[in-house]
Design a protein around this ligand. Structure first.
Ligand code: ZN
Length: 253
């Protein structure tokens, strides 16, 4: 099943469920009690919003060996965590804004996990019970600032630096799905999620041993090799097999 958030004209944002190229209203929240109302509109007549409003976005750095190598970093022995502010979120089709403080903003195509149940000290073997579903993220990063600061909050924290969507797919196996990323017509990234150094269940176990994960929280599972600069006028397209495509144009402030 696919959950989305959407807006029709000037109406208030709504929770919805997607069936093929149609969207219907969802009464309640996807991680609580909900009821699927009748299909009401075609997908192309509405604006899709970020499919969830997370309390927090937990990022995982260096989770694919080929990306660790391209950045000349050592292979991590435990997951490397960081936080992205919810104010970074934008939806499908929204502009990624290049800030004036950076001369090197890069795309990072990632599988995103959406938490469905409160989770603390979870064993990897039980982790899937706490997942609502999966979506696509672009962990946009100002690489020059990341190098300069050491801490990653500013480099990954600019407004618009977390495109998310187009929807949450509940029927998805994160063990072996292809992620591809195009910048305009150029293929930049292509890898299977089986290349992750730490799997989704291992990440949930590790993160929940540090902080409570709440329903709606999002985990970005790391990017494979092939990150590179993006500029105003570019269009970034990320596809994950079994979920769909997240597309965002690039502008500047
Ligand atoms: Zn990332």
């Amino acid at each position: 099943m696919r959950f989305a958030r959407y807006q029709y004209g000037n109406e208030l944002p709504r929770d919805g469920w997607v069936f093929k190229d149609q969207i219907g209203l969802l009464e309640g929240k996807p991680y609580e009690e909900f009821r699927r109302m009748e299909i009401e509109r075609s997908l192309d007549s509405v604006r899709l919003l970020p499919p969830i409003l997370p309390g927090k976005i937990v990022g995982v750095g260096r989770n694919y060996a080929d990306h660790v190598k391209e950045m000349n970093n050592p292979i991590p022995e435990i997951p490397l965590l960081f936080l992205k502010s919810p104010s970074t979120l934008i939806g499908p089709g929204d502009l990624i804004m290049i800030p004036p403080q950076s001369a090197q903003v890069e795309q990072e195509a990632e599988l995103a996990v959406v938490i469905g149940k409160k989770a603390r000290w979870i064993e990897a073997g039980d982790a899937y019970q706490y997942v609502l579903g999966y979506t696509i993220a672009n962990d946009v990063t100002a690489r020059d600032i990341q190098r300069k600061d050491g801490q990653w909050t500013r480099a990954k924290g600019f407004d618009s630096f977390c495109p998310l969507g187009p929807w949450i797919e509940t029927d998805f196996d994160p063990a072996d799905a292809m992620i591809t990323c195009h910048v305009n017509n150029e293929m930049r990234q292509m890898v299977s999620t089986r290349e992750m150094l730490f799997t989704v269940p291992q990440l949930i176990a590790f993160i929940s041993s540090v902080m409570t994960l709440f329903p709606s929280d999002v985990i970005l599972t790391g990017t494979p090799a092939g990150v590179g600069p993006i500029y105003p006028g570019d269009t970034i397209s990320i596809e994950i097999e079994g979920i769909g495509e997240l597309r965002n144009p690039v502008g500047s402030r």
